[in-house]
Design a protein. Structure first.
Length: 332
């Protein structure tokens, strides 16, 4: 019996609700026996995850598994009598495969039947949302990417919101070359129209943070680290930034920098984990950076750990700005 349960849960990505296991013909006794043996992990009273799926998974993979398990319980698709819940906020972004930040340990949902939300140790059910802002994916009802990103901005603040909205816009930019042959086409247009519709409909209109995130959002940022760096530059009053800034030396492409400070010849590179691996790659990157400096640019490198030390980044940026201004004065 346990072999059959394991097979079914594996087919659902390692998660299930107790209710659907019973509906598939398995006994409650068999499910409870697997929980006692540690083969299934109960993450909520009606939501279970295969222990083997949790073993060795990263923290963010574990959070997604928990969100999916709770979704199988409260927001399954297709719902027999129409959906009453949908995964929302970063919980929806996880399932959509989009970047997120500001995760707080809750599985976030909204009601789609107009009833009031609630909160316990595992879930946070927010105020009702019209079902037209929901979609179905991987057997779950979840909020659309655009609305989920705006929800993150409203709930978790500007940095997390910028990561989320940038991520949705960047995913759209990735789709458009295939559909329209250009970086900004129908997919980006649709996201921007959805943002406008949400704000015009009242969502976040009275929230300065949401409006600021929408104004700053730029799908050219290619990672959560780049978006977080842009937010930090904004907070330091050193913006605006130009993402994916192209540097040429005559007809030769020298580099595409993650960010350029618009007011100064200062390039900012975010070094994610493993961005440059191997001796040859490091040498090539050093040569590129030397060439950028020869062309008159200052280069500031930021790593994940640096984002927790904004005073360090501020000092590096101000020093680079001072060098860039000094050079401009000498040349002028």
């Amino acid at each position: 019996m346990s072999e059959g349960i394991t097979q079914l849960v594996q087919m659902q990505g390692g998660v299930a609700s107790t209710r659907e296991l019973l509906r598939a013909g398995f006994s409650r006794r068999s499910v409870e026996a697997m929980v006692r043996r540690g083969e299934l992990v109960r993450v909520r009273r009606d939501a279970v995850v295969l222990a083997s799926a949790l073993a060795g998974s990263t923290p963010w993979e574990k959070r997604e598994l928990v969100a999916r398990a709770v979704g199988r319980s409260l927001a399954p698709a297709p719902a027999e009598a129409g959906p009453t819940h949908a995964l929302s906020h970063e919980s929806a972004l996880m399932v959509h495969g989009l970047p997120y930040a500001g995760e707080d340990g809750f599985v976030h949902l909204v009601r789609t039947d107009g009833r009031r939300g609630r909160k316990d140790g595992t879930i946070w059910v927010h105020r009702p949302l019209d079902a037209r802002w929901t979609d179905e994916r991987d057997g779950l009802v979840l909020v659309t990417p655009t609305m989920a990103a705006l929800q993150v901005a409203a709930t978790h603040g500007g940095e997390a919101g910028l990561v989320a909205v940038d991520g949705v816009l960047h995913a759209a930019r990735e789709q458009d070359p295939k559909a329209a042959g250009r970086q900004e086409g129908p997919a980006v247009t649709q996201v921007r129209e959805e943002i406008a519709e949400a704000l015009e409909g009242g969502f976040g209109r009275s929230t300065p943070t949401v409006r600021l995130v929408v104004d700053l959002a730029d799908g050219r940022s290619e990672s959560a680290g780049e978006s977080r760096t842009r937010w930090l530059v904004h907070l330091l009053g050193l913006g605006p930034c130009v993402p994916q800034f192209v540097v040429h030396d005559g007809d030769r492409l020298v580099a595409i920098a993650d960010l350029k400070l618009a007011r100064w010849d200062v390039l900012v590179e975010f070094d994610g984990t493993g961005k440059y691996t191997g001796h040859e790659a490091l040498l090539a990157e050093k040569d590129r950076e030397d060439r950028l400096r020869t062309l008159g640019y200052e280069v500031v490198r930021i790593r994940w750990a640096d984002l927790a030390r904004p005073q360090l980044i501020r000092r590096r940026l101000l020093e680079a700005i001072a060098r860039a201004e000094s050079r401009a004065t000498r040349i002028g």
